[in-house]
Design a protein around this ligand. Structure first.
Ligand code: A3P
Length: 340
């Protein structure tokens, strides 16, 4: 008989259904949660056993929410609730695949909108749809700077109906992959990743990972936006923001219809520089309930903050292999990335 497999997700015990540990449709259970409230867990592992346990929602691999996020409901119901969120005209939504600079942009937008050079005490995860769902979003005071890694079809229906402002940030895929690898390598088991970068890159490129393949994310957003003409979306590149942060901050201010002075935009860009935000993260941010997310002593979300760090991680042949797969996936996208 196969024994119960107890794993920890973000520090919470999750018991995988014994009968299905070796079958892709296994059900996750915990001792304090009715089994029907927990999602089906899919093991996305390579032959070495390295990979991730994800749930599937609307065709997308997502992280398995720890019980405290579910509040007795199913993960599917919590995720579906996002679509019913009522939005305000002054809501702004930051949309990005993980590791594209979401934390950075969120702080910039919050500071610009507040009109003062003051950091938010909260982390951006306290305003992230797939973490707080409808209930958490409804409880936030206006004006809200919401954020998400989800595709447009999973966001509140009112995003399109009310033409709510969205800001997208994208980044070259090699830096995204290296950044994501470092995040997972520094994350506590089993959400963490035990394999090497080569193995991770394969999972990343072929979408065997939470939030799916980056290429799918980009292509899906492109297709979804084409079906939603008139949606006000500002598209930004991480690399441009790095190259000229003041210009990027001004662009954001203009898009939001703010009358921020040039001096204020410069001050925001400076206050939100990598060095400042890394320091702030240690000193000023209130801890969110993901405290057990990072391994002891890891650098956390503010790792290096550079363009082209991938060159320190990939050999020439690994980089060429990456290009072959990526370029094939993205050949019709029309998106040009900066790699250095
Ligand atoms: P690296 O791992 O390459 O350093 P996200 O916020 O979407 O999770 O993205 C995290 C990435 O953005 C990390 O990349 C992080 O260091 C970088 N980052 C965070 N704040 C930044 C800032 N102020 N300036 C530049 N990069 C920043």
């Amino acid at each position: 008989m196969i024994p119960n497999l107890i794993v920890q997700v973000w520090g919470f015990d999750i018991r995988l259904n014994t009968a299905s540990v070796f079958d892709k449709n296994q059900t996750a259970m915990t001792t304090d949660q009715p089994s029907e409230a927990l999602p089906i867990v899919h093991e996305l592992r390579n032959p070495k056993g390295h990979g991730f346990d994800c749930m599937v929602f609307d065709g997308l691999y997502l992280f398995v929410p720890p019980p405290f996020m579910l509040k007795g409901e199913t993960a599917e119901k919590r995720l579906q609730s996002i679509q019913e969120i009522e939005l305000n005209d002054d809501d702004v939504i930051i949309c990005a695949y993980p590791k594209c600079g979401t934390h950075w942009l969120w702080e910039v937008v919050e500071m610009l909108r507040s009109g003062v050079i003051e950091y938010r005490k909260e982390v951006k995860e306290t305003q992230e749809f797939e973490i707080i769902y409808k209930e958490g979003t409804d409880a936030l005071p206006a004006p809200r700077t919401l954020n998400t890694h989800l595709p447009l079809r999973m966001l509140p229906k009112q995003v399109v109906e009310k033409k709510v402002k969205c800001i997208k940030i994208i980044r070259n895929p090699k830096d995204v992959c290296v950044s994501f690898f470092n995040q997972y390598r520094d994350t506590v088991a089993p959400a963490g990743f035990e394999g090497d970068l080569e193995e991770f890159t394969e999972l990343f490129l072929y979408g065997k990972i939470c939030f799916g393949a980056y290429s799918d994310y980009l292509l899906t957003w492109k297709a979804e936006l084409a079906r939603s003409p008139g949606l006000p979306v500002l598209e930004m590149f991480y690399e441009e923001m790095k190259m000229d942060p003041v210009k990027s901050v001004k662009n954001v201010a203009r898009f939001l219809g703010l009358t921020s002075t040039d001096q204020f935009c410069e001050d925001v860009a400076f206050a939100c520089s990598f060095k400042k935000m890394k320091q702030l993260d240690k000193e000023a941010k209130e801890e969110y309930a993901v405290a057990k997310f990072w391994k002891e002593g890891s650098v956390g979300f503010y790792r290096k903050g550079e363009v082209g760090d991938w060159k320190n991680w990939y050999t020439v042949s690994e980089s060429e292999k990456f290009d072959r797969i990526w370029n094939d996936q993205m050949k019709d996208s029309g998106i040009k990335f900066t790699y250095a």
